[in-house]
Design a protein around this ligand. Structure first.
Ligand code: CTP
Ligand code: CA
Length: 227
């Protein structure tokens, strides 16, 4: 008896997924971070593996345990994620950038703990822009490789959100962009997600709301039909 599982439509496909949120250190005990839990990226990695793909999961500070059946590569900062993504993408068919990458990192990382007495009543942090990993991967894309980005926006107006997504996919050069709304209580620690997927011509190819697992499978359906 063969147990009924998901359709094995990704056998032989190499999929790289980034998930979680990078942390940019300030000193040995502090960092700049974000509220990404890693759940949506984990769901995509797990669903891809269940459909037969060979999956590398590049994970930054996941709040939930990673799935079994995938190769886990743990990173912390955006620069570490960039290195891991470049290495893993060399022989990848699909790259999914679900991670929340810090846009900026502190210019200086203090060797010792930053002390209040050295700083006074206010302090200013100088930050420098991190490289855009997704744009770099898209620019270096091989023939047949599919590069998928995510865009989490706090914009509530639907038309304005689509406009942001359209300019973002054009700017990044990705093949697909998964748009979702985030807010103080939306998007991150939740089990559900509501997404719109745009292709490189900025057409809407999928609108879907459901659990992060069902969202993962619908995104993989779109990916599978384009491979
Ligand atoms: N991303 C990346 N490297 C960065 C920043 C973002 O690879 N340094 C990726 C994210 O993993 C995501 C996509 O780019 O797949 C969009 O991220 P987002 O933060 O929405 O876009 P930004 O280009 O950073 O624009 P902004 O934050 O100003 O909206
Ligand atoms: Ca950003």
């Amino acid at each position: 008896v063969v147990a009924a599982g998901p359709v094995q439509d990704l056998v032989g496909t190499r999929v790289v997924v980034t998930a979680g949120g990078t942390r940019e250190p300030l000193d040995p005990v502090r960092f700049l971070g974000n509220r990404s839990s890693g759940r949506q990226g984990i769901a995509i990695a797990e669903a891809a593996a269940a459909r037969g793909a060979d999956v590398v999961l590049i994970a930054a500070h996941l709040e939930v345990p990673p799935p079994g059946g995938v190769e886990l590569r743990e990173v912390s900062t955006a620069l570490e994620m960039q290195d891991a993504a470049a290495a893993a993408s060399a022989d990848a068919d699909v790259i999914v950038m679900a991670a929340a990458v810090a846009d900026y990192r502190p210019v200086e990382v203090s060797e010792g703990k930053i002390k209040k007495d050295d700083r006074g009543d206010s302090m200013t942090l100088e930050l420098v822009r991190n490289p855009d990993i997704l744009a770099g991967l898209a620019a270096a894309k091989r023939d047949g490789q599919l590069v998928v980005g995510f865009a989490a926006e706090t914009e509530t107006d639907r038309a304005r959100q689509l406009e942001l997504g359209r300019s973002k996919i054009a700017r990044k050069g990705a093949d697909l962009l998964v748009l979702n709304r985030v807010g103080w209580n939306e998007g991150f620690a939740t089990e559900r997600n509501e997404i719109t997927v745009l292709d490189s011509t900025a057409d809407i190819v999928l609108e879907f709301a459901g659990s992060k697992v069902s969202v993962a499978h619908r995104i993989l359906d779109v990916i599978a039909e384009r491979l």
